[in-house]
Design a protein around this ligand. Structure first.
Ligand code: NAP
Ligand code: GDP
Length: 319
């Protein structure tokens, strides 16, 4: 990053990824010339252009990490595809356009590996974002996210802006959304094991357990976000993921939660529930070209830490 004072505004700064970036910044990654500001919908509703503009005028960011979005797991996506499309399109247009108007030097926005084409070859890589329709379960979220890449290209070619994006796989960690209807699979499994243990009931895994996912720990993702903000110079997106060999089935992920929480009860599958996309195996070759030595936290340890955080922080758990 250029010398002189940097003001880094993190939209969605109170969510799963935002809280992880805040922790990494406060745990020694903050540089002397940096001021970090973490905002949520309480600071401005980013669907509202005037509120967004007023917040940008208040903080005058030189850099933006844009995380804020309507976010949810498979079951929320299945219900609200149109809302995912509309709200995220509006939020992204406001943030990117106001960043341009205010002369923000760099914006890093967040896509997701679930936006890739459903019918594809594997592993998926960064060149394939726009190759074909996304999975039907989350087409609204996917098309809104894909447009960020198009917007970044437009702001670059027409105005010379340095707006880029990252593509994380399934994220989990402290401060996740543990709500069963709305949240993603790992926080859902942790919540359900906790309840099954407390009430002495069965632990129900939704679907067949056979779909496969590459999970990334939020604190690892946060460290990678700082690298992207400071070092990554491309407009094109970069996948932030563990290796293909680290992909696990939902059943294996559930077993790690059972082990971490020392659950001894019965485990069953509700196969009436949707499996969603079978897999979205992504290549991290581009990331490895830049950062061959980056060490990911082993999934077993990361799940253990997340379960401990959940059990020790009932007041902070989003349900
Ligand atoms: P999250 O925990 O649900 O947090 C969402 C954040 O966005 C919150 O700070 C929320 O603020 C803010 N927000 C939502 N609507 C807003 C609005 N209208 N105006 C202002 N702020 C708003 O989400 P997350 O999991 O950290 O996701 C962060 C980013 O990573 C998103 O862009 C998501 O698409 C992407 N991503 C997530 C995953 C995953 O597995 N979680 C995977 C790949 C990519 P309030 O709490 O005040 O509403
Ligand atoms: P996705 O990765 O975008 O599909 O979204 P999720 O993080 O919601 O993961 C969905 C996968 O996990 C599907 O195969 C579901 O059937 C399975 N799953 C098993 N139990 C749960 C649960 O409690 N919550 C969620 N969201 N998914 C679950």
């Amino acid at each position: 990053m250029a010398s002189g004072k940097s003001v880094i505004l993190v939209t969605g700064g109170t969510g799963l990824v935002g809280k992880a970036i805040e922790k990494v910044v406060n745990d020694g990654e903050k540089k002397e010339n940096e001021e970090w500001i973490f905002v949520s919908s309480k600071d401005a509703d980013l669907k509202n252009r005037e509120q967004t503009k007023a917040m940008f005028e208040k903080y005058k960011p030189t850099h933006v990490i844009h995380l804020a979005a309507m976010v949810g797991g498979l079951f929320k996506n299945l219900k609200y595809n149109l809302d995912f499309l509309r709200l995220n399109t509006i939020i992204n247009d406001n943030v990117l356009n106001i960043s341009y108007e205010m002369g923000v030097k760099k914006v890093v926005s967040c896509l997701s590996t679930c936006i890739f084409p459903d019918k594809t070859t594997y592993p998926i890589d960064e060149t394939m974002v726009h190759n074909g329709p996304p999975h039907n379960s989350n087409f609204g979220y996917s098309y809104a996210k894909r447009m960020i890449d198009i917007q970044n290209r437009g702001y670059h070619t027409q105005h010379g802006c340095n707006f880029t994006s990252v593509i994380p796989t399934n994220v989990f960690g402290p401060y996740d959304n543990f709500n069963l209807e709305d949240g993603h699979v790992l926080p859902g499994l942790i919540n359900k094991v906790h309840t099954a243990k407390k009430d002495n009931t069965e632990f129900v895994i939704w679907g067949t357990g056979s779909p496969r996912r590459q999970f990334i720990y939020s604190l690892d993702l946060a460290r990678l976000f700082l690298w992207v903000l400071r070092e990554y110079q491309e407009i094109d997106p970069i996948i932030l993921s563990v290796g293909e060999e680290d992909e696990v089935s939902i059943k294996e992920a559930a077993e790690l939660v059972v082990e971490a929480m020392d659950f001894k009860g019965k485990v069953v599958f509700d196969t009436e529930k949707s499996d969603g996309q079978f897999k979205k195996t992504a290549s991290n070759a581009k990331l490895r070209k830049y950062l061959p030595d980056f060490k990911f936290t082993p999934i077993k340890q990361a799940i253990k830490e997340t379960c401990e955080w959940f059990e020790k922080n009932p007041d902070l758990v989003r349900l």
